[in-house]
Write a protein that binds this ligand. Structure first.
Ligand code: NAD
Length: 263
């Protein structure tokens, strides 16, 4: 039977204390990887500890590490600590992210805009540049950047988020070009609407949930595990010929279901 096998791999998942990160960390561990479960700070510590606990109870190996991904020095220390603890680093999942406040350009706060860019674009860049030397040493590596369907679809009021995710898509491609000859693959995963705390304000109200469901060809939100399984596949050798591209996991948001009728 063909199975996702990550035995012997060490994976760092950023934002593992959040909805998607938790599913990614536990799924990678269930596939055999040893997992560094990253979280931001004290507020998220309990959630990260729960993820580690869950993995250990399932017979896996995991440890939690804190850092602000928007801080280059903190990221360098994070990666050093993970390398020191596990002796290698084979998989990086740049998952930590924020969408920021809904603010049209002009009526916005430049500081809030910069914050989204710092977490969603600079964060993955800092993480990638810190892990590449370790991956080069191990002669293998996979970097998976969690973008969004908003690397393609504009979203009123969220120009920082859409710009950061589109930027992360281009970082994915450029980095893939730079590292292909070093045994490193770089791939983006673009989730659609996945039911996590980041969008709880939308799915917790029947009207906004109905509106969102209509934007999805399959007519429902995705669950974190549905993204996590794709991440595990991409991290594995089953995806050995995939690099420099984005895989959407969106229930058909990008096929514009609104165009089924009329037009
Ligand atoms: P979430 O809010 O549940 O989790 C976000 C995680 O990022 C948390 O662990 C948080 O601690 C971490 N984080 C935020 N700022 C940080 C910082 N400065 N330093 C370190 N960590 C930080 O959200 P989620 O839905 O799990 O989102 C995970 C990723 O998936 C994000 O990049 C998000 O943009 C992307 N995404 C989510 C959806 C969705 O529908 N949920 C859709 C598309 C893309």
């Amino acid at each position: 039977m063909l199975a996702i096998d990550l035995k012997g791999r060490v994976a760092l998942v950023t934002g593992a204390s959040g909805g998607l990160g938790r599913a990614i960390a536990t799924t990678l561990a269930a596939s055999g990887a040893r997992v560094a479960a990253h979280y931001r700070n004290g507020d998220d510590e309990k959630d990260a500890a729960q993820v580690v606990d869950l993995i250990r109870k399932q017979g896996g190996e995991a440890e939690a590490f804190a850092a602000d991904v928007a801080d280059a020095n903190a990221v360098a220390q994070l990666v050093e600590a993970v390398g020191g603890r596990f002796g290698a680093l084979d998989v990086l999942v740049n998952n930590a992210g924020i969408d920021g406040p809904r603010q049209p350009v002009g009526a916005d706060e430049p500081e809030a805009w910069k914050k989204v860019l710092a977490v969603d674009l600079l964060g993955p860049y800092y993480c990638a540049r810190s892990v590449i030397p370790l991956m080069e040493k191990g002669k293998r590596g996979v970097i998976i950047n969690i973008t969004s369907v908003h690397e393609f679809i504009p979203w009123e009021g969220y120009s920082a988020y859409t710009s950061a995710k589109a930027g992360l898509s281009m970082l994915t491609k450029t980095l893939a070009q730079e590292t292909a000859d070093k045994g490193i693959r770089v791939v983006a995963v673009a989730p659609g609407a996945i039911q996590t705390p980041i969008n709880a304000s939308v799915w917790s109200h029947p009207d906004s949930l109905r509106d969102l469901d209509q934007k999805i060809a399959m007519g429902r939100l995705g669950q974190p595990e549905e993204v996590a399984r794709v991440v595990a596949f991409l991290a594995s050798d089953l995806a050995s010929y995939i690099t420099g591209t984005t895989l959407a996991v969106d229930g058909g948001m990008l096929i514009y279901p609104d165009f089924r009728q009329g037009g």
